[in-house]
Design a protein around this ligand. Sequence first.
Ligand code: UD1
Length: 428
Amino acid sequence: MRERFRIYGGARLAGEVAVVGAKNSALKLMAAALLAEGRTTLTNVPAIADVTIMAQLLRSLGVDVDYDPDSGVVVLDVPETVGHRADYRLVRALRASISVLGPLVARTGEADVAVPGGDAIGSRGLDLHAAGLEALGASVHVSHGYLVAAAPHGLSGTEIRLEFPSVGATENILTAAVLARGRTVIDNAAREPEIEDLADLLVGMGAQVTGAGTSCIVVDGVEVLKPTTHAVVPDRIAAGTWAFAAATTRGDIEVLGGRADHLRAPLAALERAGCTVEVTGRGFRVAAGPGRLAAFDVATLPYPGFPTDLQPFAIAYNAVASGSAMVTENLFEARFRTVQELARLGADAQVDGHHVMVHGVPILSGAPVESSDIRSGAALVIAGLVAEGETLVSGVHHIDRGYPRFEEALRGLGADVSREPDEDLWED
Ligand code: UD1
């Protein structure tokens, strides 16, 4: 059944909200469990649909997965022999399924992983993933919609320089290299905290990895890895969402479990715009100053730059800020779906190539809007909070992919938000 959020604007969000483990780490850690026979336990796993899909994919490969969304614990019992085919049906539902590629080639010497379709935020290649595995000695080709990788005699370490610090490619090369013969150096590696988290898990499994979190990762392959227990790194994008929610609604939110050191670029921008940002013993707090906050320019970049996943929130923020701002998207093409929906709420924003020019208005005006992906959906909800009257945000299933019980967290901060069935004209 389709659902939507009904939002009445006007509240300044205030209070505490907790963030749990990062979606974009938990999924990769689950895939990496394939590298070791036995029971790997992950804690602090978010209660979101994507985890259920990844669990399904791993089960299809022979893994016994026990996932308890309430406690946030996933136990993965990996058999001695695992399958090697990731079905299109599952990969289509979850693009992050591609992260089984590295572990499968390393562990079984072969992997057939369906090539994911776009997930409505622009085209995303797999060329760097494929080139990395080829450099490690695997043969890689695409056949009938599947990326087929084979390394019947195992992988061999080498030096790989990534043309672009792709998060997914860095992860697949890293998870393949840990069982390769000899040393692998990944140069121009992605530096996201989720990469460090993955490396921490791998080291806990007995892998030899140094430099994760910098642009040069060095891996000395080992023969076998053992299962371990690991807590997922807190979700910096969820934490950043709450930081923008505080600023946009001119509120005051303490993000429990939030890591300010993983959000330096966005928090510095909010501070310059007039917010107080404070690291507390339990996380961090963002409090808006009096009056309208200042508009600010944003250009998304690989970590530690401004995260592309927070870009829709920056647009929603600037839509009601004082002044004008340019928001530039450097990572993904066509990732501006928030803009046309924000315009329905009365925002003054125009797309020009990979830029959006936003002129702040004092208040938005409630209307029905449609979310098209996780972040743009959550950004529209925040925009609804600074819109006069009622806003209906359809496509809640997108938001549920990234934010466990989003409306409950918002209500805890004083928002008037409810979930209800959506009317669907196509249903009969
Ligand atoms: C991950 C995150 C996503 C985030 C992104 C950038 C997950 C599940 N998703 O996606 O939320 O927005 O990092 O921080 O963790 N590219 C190529 N060839 C490749 C690989 C990537 O050209 O082989 C390009 C893509 O088209 C894109 C850019 O590199 O333009 C960034 O992609 P990448 O860093 O790989 O992001 P993901 O790992 O897909």
